[in-house]
Design a protein around this ligand. Structure first.
Ligand SMILES: Cc1cc2nc3c(=O)[nH]c(=O)nc-3n(C[C@H](O)[C@H](O)[C@H](O)COP(=O)(O)O)c2cc1C
Length: 260
């Protein structure tokens, strides 16, 4: 038994202290009531989801205070994560010099990106604005520490990238909170992850998952900007949902709102 235990410790590395055998039963006082939100609350949640936009060109220069940034980070930190790994860190970047360096990296990578499309598409690509790194008053880099929680993490045993997916959930929480706060957010991914390592002093094992530009906005696109600029279109949800397997469409309910 002792040998087994030590093998387990070797495999997991720096796991948190606590019971190593059965999980203790949850205390009844851990539970809270769960029911639907009020109609107004539900409407607010769906409104945030449906009117959230990726922002590149609408940022106001007005500074974003630390109090609102802290609320956005709190929302991000409430995201689900595999095995409660919480692999994220957040780097808040206000320094214009740093942001210019990152903007320059993205500009260079964007040239490479343009060359990956066909000629006609490349011309259209180059007309798109795909980042607001310097125009937005603050940027946040969301990272994923791929080593957090040790070598074996509950739920990540067979899908290593679930840590990255967890960090992406944090990003989405941040986006939705930002929408509710009237803060626009734009996700920039046109760089090699290692491009940011020296600039942001990222340690080994930590990768940037999202580079976000944030700022107050007065107006947002009413639909994805890439759709408004005829680059792409939202797909019909009905074409994406199956029933019981890949071969059968799910019959969407007709007639609008259902009670259940
Ligand atoms: C993982 C990820 C990376 C993205 N990278 C970029 C980017 O580099 N530049 C950009 O302009 N938009 C980027 N976007 C934003 C998408 O283009 C945008 O979400 C999509 O067009 C839909 O528009 P909406 O977010 O306004 O609904 C990214 C979004 C995601 C989820």
């Amino acid at each position: 038994m002792a040998r087994k235990g030590s093998e387990r410790l070797e495999a997991t590395g720096d796991e948190p202290a606590g019971p190593t055998t059965a999980a203790p039963p949850a205390d009844a006082s851990d539970m809270v009531a769960a029911g639907p939100f009020s109609e107004a609350e539900r409407a607010a949640v769906y409104r945030a989801i449906e009117t959230r936009r990726d922002v590149r060109g609408e940022f106001l220069s007005r500074p974003v205070g630390d109090a609102v940034i802290a609320r956005l980070l709190e929302a991000a930190h409430h995201a689900p994560s595999v095995g409660l790994m919480q692999p994220w860190n957040f780097i808040v970047i206000r320094d214009l010099g740093l942001r210019r360096r990152i903007r320059d990296v993205v500009a260079r990578r964007n040239e490479e990106a343009a060359g990956m499309f066909s000629d006609q598409r490349a011309a259209a690509y180059q007309r798109l604005k795909l980042e607001g790194i310097v125009e937005a008053p603050v940027n946040i880099c969301v990272t994923c520490d791929r080593t957090r929680g040790g070598k074996v993490v509950l739920g990540r045993t067979h899908q290593r990238d679930t840590d990255l997916l967890s960090a992406a959930c944090a990003v989405q929480n941040l986006f939705l909170a930002a929408r509710a706060e009237g803060i626009g957010a734009g996700w920039v991914s046109i760089f090699e992850p290692d491009d940011l390592r020296p600039i942001l002093k990222l340690p080994e094992g930590v990768v940037p998952v999202a580079y976000l530009c944030l700022g107050h906005v007065e107006e947002l696109f009413g639909r994805p900007e890439l759709e408004a600029r005829r680059w792409s279109k939202r797909l019909a949800l009905e074409d994406l949902v199956f029933a019981e397997g890949w071969d059968r469409p799910w019959p969407f309910p007709t007639g609008g709102e259902g009670e259940d």
